[in-house]
Design a protein around this ligand. Structure first.
Ligand code: NAP
Length: 478
């Protein structure tokens, strides 16, 4: 651990591990035990991290592509070799059931591998300048150049893979980074920095500071030495960051209240288990979690019976147990908030089909019916193990309802009718429409991001590399 004890983590600034006068405690979200302490970065530490990233930029941005590839490739191998230990850490600090924590590790390995590959592919194009009279006799081409220092701010729910989606493309592109992970889940990000140090990343290229978003994050975002802010988190924080960032590139990966439609021709054997996982994986704390489930009247009784039965069979308990499906939510306050939304919906006429019970941070997987669009469980982002079933008669109406949202990240449509599929693709204003799957489908090299309140820009390794670079035009008059 390069001098790091598991119970006393340090900040990573300019290639050095450093303590601080104030520390915070990171707890196991199931047992409440202290997993580790971490120093809280003060303003001076944040300034030094940005200065280190700025100072490292000229030489790192000129490091040949094959060397950036090698560092990322070596880090990928180290992540792969340490998967089990790192997954257990995520299970504890994020409360994520081990099988999902392992799935996150596998995806993170892939995200870093895609980033290593992408480091070799960054290139520009020639421009036929003589298409204009003024361009005659001139040679034109453009190249992609790294933007500079990236401020990366990440949420708790995928504490490694969502970090990987920023750090991998930034390092591939030749950018230097200051990362601030979520305060509830900073440990895995510090372990990642340790792996990059071991993989040979030069000092100052990656810096990790920990502390409250409103203080540490705010300082990073406002700093003029930062060229780009890459943020994943909630829409209100995203909007606050955009106001603060000023004239910088920004990528915003924000929330959603995803809808999925089940048409009568859907394969229920495939759709039911997939929709259960989509609604309840990581206790619904996934930005593309299935929250609004629109089921055609012809299959509503059968679908709902099977869906509720499968939901009741989910195992709730300690995330470190291999067969657990549902662990604690990130904070008790979040579980209390979601429980209150369920109670409010029931008071307004919704029917509780299962769940609704809370024990501390654990909210049992909850299915509601007889909901209406104005209820919070429908029109806001639940980010909890909570799904509502709506019965519909007309496909066009179901598509309209899925699209009737302030968010627009991803949606799912189960149908084998190609005309219906294209009707939905055409009308749903979202970053992605998944046919014969739920809203939750994602692999890490596809373009991923939202419209409306769900964000700005796209991640997915090749697309994030574009966001981490800018174009420089070159004209040569021989
Ligand atoms: P959050 O409260 O917005 O926090 C995200 C990050 O922003 C944390 O590191 C937080 O620090 C920091 N932060 C808070 N206030 C800040 C400020 N004023 N300036 C700069 N940084 C600030 O989100 P969360 O609760 O961790 O995550 C849940 C949200 O993320 C949901 O809305 C979910 O949909 C969204 N999400 C979106 C995607 C996507 O790809 N579209 C993926 C995952 C999650 P602290 O931890 O110290 O507060």
């Amino acid at each position: 651990m390069s001098g790091l004890e598991p119970s006393a983590y340090k900040l990573f600034i300019d290639g050095k591990w450093e303590g601080g006068s104030r520390v915070m405690t990171v707890i196991d979200k199931f047992t409440g035990e202290c997993v580790a302490t971490v120093p809280v970065a003060d303003g001076e530490a944040v300034d030094r991290a940005i200065a280190a990233a700025r100072a490292a930029f000229p030489s790192y941005s000129r490091l040949p592509a094959h060397k950036r590839h090698e560092i990322l490739q070596k880090a990928t191998q180290l992540f792969d070799a340490r998967k089990d230990v790192l997954a257990a850490l995520i299970a504890r600090e994020a409360g994520k059931p081990l099988k999902y924590a392992l799935a996150e590790l596998n995806r993170s390995v892939e995200t870093f591998r895609f980033s290593a590959e992408e480091a070799k592919r960054i290139h520009g194009e020639t421009v036929p300048l003589d298409a204009s009279v003024a361009g005659e006799g001139r040679i034109g081409f453009w190249v992609r150049v790294p933007v500079g220092v990236v401020a990366a701010i990440t949420p708790f729910n995928f504490p490694l893979n969502l970090v990987a989606h920023k750090i991998g493309p930034a390092l591939a592109a030749g950018c230097t980074v200051v990362l601030k992970p979520a305060s509830t889940t900073p440990l895995i990000a510090l372990r990642m920095a340790e792996i990059f140090e071991e993989a040979g990343l030069p000092p100052g290229v990656l810096n990790v500071v920990v502390g409250p978003g409103g203080v540490v994050g705010d300082r990073m975002v406002a700093d003029p030495r930062v060229s780009k802010v890459s943020f994943t988190g909630s829409p209100p924080v995203g909007e606050a960051i955009i106001r603060k960032a000023g004239l910088k590139k920004v990528t915003m990966e924000l929330g959603n209240n995803s809808g999925t439609i089940i048409e009568p021709d859907a394969d229920l054997d495939a759709a039911v288990p997939r929709c259960v996982v989509s609604a309840f994986a990581n206790s619904g704390q996934v930005c593309i979690s299935l929250q609004r489930l629109y089921v055609h009247r012809d299959v509503a009784v059968e679908f709902t019976r099977r869906f509720v039965e499968a939901t009741k069979a989910l195992k709730v308990g300690n995330p470190l147990d291999h067969d657990i499906d549902i662990g604690p939510m990130i904070e008790e306050g979040e579980a209390i908030r979601a429980e209150a939304w369920i109670r409010e919906a029931i008071d307004q006429g919704a029917t509780l089909l299962c769940g609704g019970k809370r024990e501390g941070r654990i909210l049992y997987p909850t299915v509601l019916a007889d909901v209406s669009p104005a209820m919070k469980v429908m029109c806001e982002e639940a980010f909890a193990p909570l799904v509502s079933i709506v019965i519909y008669d007309s496909f066009e109406e179901a598509v309209r309802l899925v699209d009737d949202s302030p968010f627009g990240l991803q949606a799912g449509i189960y149908t084998n009718d190609i005309k219906k599929a294209f009707y939905a693709i055409d009308r749903i204003d979202a970053g992605g429409v998944m046919i014969n799957d739920s809203s939750i489908f994602r692999v890490d090299h596809m373009p991923y991001g939202g419209n409306k309140l769900s964000g700005l820009g796209r991640e997915g390794v090749p697309f994030a590399v574009e966001e981490m670079t800018t174009i420089k035009m070159v004209m040569i008059k021989p």
